[in-house]
Design a protein around this ligand. Structure first.
Ligand code: AMP
Length: 574
């Protein structure tokens, strides 16, 4: 289907062509005819990057009427950035319908300017719920003649706590309005909102909800927590022309990482909620124009960023909410391009990775952290390509050349190449000389995998060899808790406590039945072992050493000596 076949008028078609859109995206193909040709409300499941702004924006511009002296459409969205983005897109689409005035209103900006603009008249208002509400209260924004109410990224608006504001805004529009709701996910509170305020709604979907874009590759590095930042640098160094977003969970992380990157000479800056609007604009502008290669951002701050040609999304840490990963990775691979989403995870975070895989119906691929040699080779070749492609005509160096030739006279071709390349490259190569392997050892990874394959849960018990606990006694104790014979996984006996694995489906039962059980004069405590093996050991007040070390030995042979050696070795390395 073409845009013309969808039934848009020539002046709108002209602006679409000039925007570079050739064919409608699936969500546009489904939504535009419905909005144009029916009276129904519409609930659309679409993620950012699917072309949803045009999906509602084009038919809206088609249907608004000239010369009506009141607001005809109100578009609500979660962030200021998205608000400005929608306004920019609509203004582009309305290039040949200049009479259609579009006014963005959002918090954190001078309200006086916005009041003035509203007063001078507008057909469409695009706003964030807080500011729209404020303007309604001041009677500067009147919605009694509004014909269209559009809720964009409705799930995000509810997550951000805008429910009350949205309801107040809807209440100030007439019952006869048409409501069009776009959301990347359809949680229960969206369904509730829809059933309360929408009439005869038709649901449209483009692609699966809760799934990541098919043109994004999801890779991850498994590393020790202390290496997270170094690994980020290696990812970036491996892609000299990287243009991407580094996602952090908190503002503080975001600031720290951006500061460190800048101090280390990377072309990076931070985008988070603590910045003033002017600072945010400045950073975004530099990023949009590619003067900035890396934007270090929190999830909320990155909402609504519309940059299409990102090469990478890097998850410095995985988001708390698996759904946020879908939004993050959807920042790359947009408008038909391919993209890569890297995640840096520590051994405790594998579970989180699996929940994302499950929710997003996608598979992450574990890839090794590049070593110093690989990075140097990549950088060096990039440098050579850059040197080869450089525009020597534009350099205007002719007047200086005779003196330069004279100075370099003693060097032959090979030596010249070596000197120039080394001058550029020495700092880099010395950083990576003898750079350590930052990958988690295969052995540690195997332990994590076993724990995470879903079959076994690793439990902690407050008895060990000193309390006469043996492998056979563990088996006997566990088998007491079940009528059927239990398959037990790894048993890891330590001096005053131990770990053992049981099938996940009976883990709760084992914990319940063994907790409080008297064993060799001790009251047993059993619980799920916390996370993956830790490197450090720590003396607890009760004298139990909770080191979480997993030797995984089945027999009673002491692995103590070797474990002690290993922790000493670790300390030395640190
Ligand atoms: P959106 O989901 O509205 O944020 O759009 C994502 C990006 O896709 C925006 O940069 C749009 O300019 C672009 N886009 C939207 N519709 C089309 C289309 N039909 N063809 C090509 N690009 C599009």
């Amino acid at each position: 289907m073409t845009f013309a076949e969808i039934g848009l008028s020539p002046e709108i078609l002209q602006s679409i062509t000039e925007s570079g859109f050739e064919t409608p995206t699936p969500i546009q193909e489904k939504s535009i005819p419905l909005i144009l040709n029916t009276e129904n409300d519409i609930k659309a499941l679409a993620q950012t990057g699917t072309g949803k702004t045009a999906a509602f924006g084009l038919p809206l511009l088609e249907m608004i009427e000239k010369g009506v002296d009141s607001v005809q459409a109100i578009i609500l969205c979660p962030t200021r950035e998205l608000c400005l983005q929608i306004t920019r897109d609509l203004e582009n689409f309305a290039k040949y319908r200049k009479w259609a005035r579009i006014t963005p209103v959002y918090g954190g900006a001078n309200i006086v300017d916005q009041l003035r603009k509203l007063k001078s008249g507008t057909e469409i208002v695009v706003g964030t719920p807080g500011r729209v509400n404020d303007l309604i209260k001041r009677k500067a924004l009147r919605l009694e003649n509004t014909r269209w109410m559009i809720l964009d990224e409705a799930d995000e608006m509810l997550t951000m706590g805008f429910k009350e504001e949205i309801e107040t805004i809807i209440a100030s529009t007439p019952e006869t309005r048409r409501t069009i709701l776009f959301s990347a996910t359809m949680p229960k509170d969206i369904a509730r909102l829809a059933s309360k305020y929408m009439h005869d709604e038709i649901e449209v979907k483009a692609g699966g909800s809760n799934t990541t874009a098919s043109n994004v590759t999801h890779l991850y590095h498994m590393v020790h927590e202390k290496h997270r930042y170094q690994v980020l640098k290696r990812i970036v160094d491996m892609v000299p022309d990287v243009y991407g977003i580094v996602f952090c969970r908190t503002r503080q992380d975001c600031k720290n990482i951006a500061d460190k990157l800048m101090a280390d000479g990377y072309n990076a800056d931070a985008l988070h909620g603590d910045l003033t609007q002017a600072q945010r604009d400045y950073v975004m502008n530099r990023f949009r124009t590619k003067s900035l290669q890396l934007l270090v951002a929190t999830d909320v701050a990155a909402r609504g960023i519309d940059v299409n040609n990102l090469t990478h999304v890097i998850n410095y840490n995985l988001p708390e909410d698996p759904e946020a990963y879908i939004h993050r990775s959807g920042r790359t691979g947009r408008a038909g391009k391919t993209g890569i989403s890297y995640s840096i995870i520590n051994m405790k975070e594998s579970g989180k990775l699996r929940s994302i895989e499950k929710l997003a119906k996608t598979k992450f691929e574990l890839v090794p952290v590049p070593n110093g040699n690989e990075i140097c080779e990549k950088q060096l070749m990039h440098l050579i390509d850059k040197v080869k492609a450089v525009d020597i005509e534009g350099a205007h160096i002719e007047p200086f050349l005779p003196a330069i030739y004279e100075k370099l006279e003693s060097l032959d071709r090979e030596q010249l190449i070596q000197h120039f390349v080394s001058a550029e490259f020495n700092r880099f190569s010395s950083y990576y000389q003898n750079a350590p392997d930052l990958n988690v050892s295969k052995k540690d990874r195997k332990v994590v995998d076993t724990q995470l394959n879903g079959d076994f849960t690793r439990l902690f018990i407050n008895a060990g060899r000193n309390q006469n606990l043996e492998v056979t006694t563990v088996i006997q104790l566990v088998n007491r808790t079940s009528r059927k014979k239990v398959t037990i996984g790894k048993i890891d006996l330590q001096r005053n406590f131990s770990f053992f694995e049981v099938p996940t489906e009976i883990a709760e039962q084992v914990i319940k039945k063994l907790t409080g059980y008297q064993f060799e004069g001790n009251k047993l405590e059993v619980g799920v072992a916390e996370g993956a093996p830790k490197q450090r050991t720590r003396k607890k007040k009760d004298g139990f050493r909770r080191d979480g070390q997993s030797g995984g030995r089945r027999n009673g042979n002491s692995s103590q000596g070797r474990n002690r050696d290993r922790s000493r070795g670790d300390r030395r390395r640190r």
